[in-house]
Design a protein around this ligand. Structure first.
Ligand code: CP3
Length: 373
């Protein structure tokens, strides 16, 4: 599959953007920076727009989702936009009953716990139903990339384990105990559940990439609650499968071929991220990705050494420093940038999402520091 000629990676808009170059392992002229959850409650302009709209309604309103995606790019001058959506959106579009409860997170009306539950999910909420409902997502991506110019849009999806952690529990949980118990006590049901989730998440991610996202991130957020062995044996295959459709999307790049038959095929770069996953780095790298997101507990130089200096790294400012005095924050940013030099390439980010209490001016300041202004 070749991306269309009007895709931002194909028509010259984002192919050489600092973010894309860094994700390919190059060292662009400046260190690219963006923030997970940069669109959201830390911004007064977001709170104003969200006031009259539910979270999922906002995600599925193309004009609104696009505007919210663009807000942090305008305000902070970050090197990427991240699509305003949520990890539960593909399930919602396939007809699963789910809400995003403010201050809590995803809540599923009917938790999925038995083999019959999974059979019903697969029968009633399959990928075909999702495919028919993806127009608002594609439209929001198109509206957004039309405004972004040379700034790449990052698409994303949750990973099957993270979603299973919500589905099996019915809502947020600390240790994802029920999900992990199911994984060990009924491996067939577990496999069927993850297979379904991987297919839906893969379709959701592919739609964003085809519609114009120049990179994608897999949020394997709660994988940190698993041992390395459990991640390898029960979960990694599903994350890999989620990425397959995007990995198949080739991008023809004729730039250096002078129109000859030497056109190179490139793909949409993939970032893999999990929280509290220092013990899983080597496993996460095996999933078949271009770059790894690192949370704030593992120094970037250590992470790079463990990975044989093979992977561009993204991260890993400790969100706690956002509230520290300017000098303390500046020293922390300098330390993370210095450690990031050990990796083949570095994308500056937080080690997890922007907290709703963050002062937006502090985020703008971090962008200036990364760009050397
Ligand atoms: O990063 C971005 O700026 C893009 C937007 C984005 C959202 N959710 C919007 C959102 C992204 C990338 C996500 C992913 C997501 N959603 C993850 C993986 C990332 C991670 O944090 O590890 C997870 C686990 C979720 C599930 C989820 N959705 C939670 C835990 C919450 C927070 C609940 C709360 O109110 O504290 C949500 C809701 C949500 N998703 C909000 C936003 C901006 C807040 C909704 C609001 O404004 O009321």
């Amino acid at each position: 599959n070749i991306l269309s000629g009007s895709h931002p990676l194909m028509d010259g808009r984002t192919n050489n953007a600092p973010l894309i170059r860094a994700l390919r392992g190059e060292r662009p002229e400046r260190t690219p920076v963006w923030f997970m959850r940069q669109a959201g409650r830390s911004l007064p302009e977001y709170r104003a727009l969200r006031a009259e709209n539910g979270m999922l309604e906002a995600c599925l309103d193309p004009a609104l989702a696009s505007e919210i995606t663009l807000q942090p790019v305008r305000r902070h001058g970050v090197d990427a936009a991240v699509f305003f959506s949520d990890i539960v959106v593909p399930f919602r579009l396939a007809g699963v009953d789910v809400e995003l409860v403010s201050g809590r997170g995803p809540v599923f009306t009917e938790p999925v716990r038995t083999s019959d539950d999974v059979t019903r999910l697969r029968a009633e909420h399959g990928a075909d139903r999702l495919r028919e409902a993806l127009d608002p997502v594609r439209e929001a991506v198109r509206l957004t990339t039309a405004e972004l110019g040379g700034t790449p849009l990052i698409g994303f999806t949750g990973a099957p384990f993270t979603l299973a952690a919500y589905l099996v529990e019915g809502g947020p949980s600390r240790d994802h105990l029920r999900a992990r118990t199911l994984m060990h006590s009924d491996p067939d049901t577990w496999r069927a559940l993850l297979e379904w989730a991987a297919e839906l998440c893969g379709v959701f991610l592919e739609a964003q990439a085809e519609a114009g996202a120049s990179a994608v991130q897999l949020f394997d957020s709660w994988a940190g609650s698993l041992s390395a062995a459990d991640y390898r044996d029960h979960v990694a295959w599903a994350s890999r499968r989620t990425l397959e459709p995007v990995r198949r999307l080739g991008v023809r790049d004729d730039r250096e071929g002078d129109g000859e038959a030497s056109a190179r095929i490139r793909s949409v770069p993939v970032i893999h991220f999990a929280v509290g996953s220092g013990h899983l780095l080597e496993e996460l790298a095996q999933v078949g990705v271009d770059a790894l997101g690192v949370d704030w507990r593992t120094p970037l130089d250590d992470a790079s050494r463990r990975l044989g200096h093979l992977f561009p790294l993204q991260g890993n400012l400790d969100p706690a420093f956002l509230g520290a005095p300017p000098r303390v924050l500046e020293d922390h940013v300098a330390d993370v940038l210095r450690r990031g030099e050990q990796a083949p390439a570095h994308v500056l980010n937080l080690g997890h999402g922007v907290p709703p209490t963050a002062d937006p001016d502090v985020l703008s300041r971090i962008v200036e520091l990364a760009h050397g202004d």
